[in-house]
Design a protein around this ligand. Structure first.
Ligand code: AMP
Length: 126
């Protein structure tokens, strides 16, 4: 059902074939700065396993991977200072999937964006 392309750019980052600016690395998860940031804080969080989308990850990742991913995601929101609960101005989590979601890189990732007012949730587009 899910066809993972191991030549995608995040797979290459995970194999060390291209560099990244790592924010945090754990056993199952890597977080790094987006190369084209759209907000003062723009971090990408990815599982190390070969998952294409959120639903793929949720269906097929192990409990350990899912726990590690979620704890890491929350930790980065706090450690980058964007967390509203921790005195920051807040943030948005985004995970694009597939064509309608305009997913550019077919390896599941969550964007953490913050550090400015981000505007409304979805832009209207024709
Ligand atoms: P998406 O549309 O959700 O698939 O977004 C993919 C994101 O990956 C974009 O925000 C890109 O700027 C980012 N990106 C692409 N290549 C790299 C790279 N080599 N290092 C870090 N971020 C990247």
């Amino acid at each position: 059902m899910y066809d993972y392309d191991d030549q995608n750019i995040f797979a290459k980052i995970l194999r060390g074939e291209i560099p990244n600016r790592t924010v945090l690395e754990t056993e199952h998860t890597l977080a790094f700065e987006d190369i084209a940031p759209q907000a003062p804080t723009h971090v990408l969080v990815i599982p190390k396993g070969p998952y294409v989308t959120y639903d793929h990850f949720a269906a097929e990742a192990s409990d350990a991977e899912i726990l590690d991913f979620n704890r890491t995601l929350g930790r980065i929101c706090q450690e980058t200072g964007v967390s509203g609960a921790a005195g920051g101005s807040g943030y948005r989590l985004i995970s694009n999937a597939g064509e309608a979601g305009v997913q550019e890189v077919p390896h599941f990732h969550v964007h953490i964006a913050g550090g400015r007012i981000l505007g409304r949730m979805l832009a209207q587009e024709g």
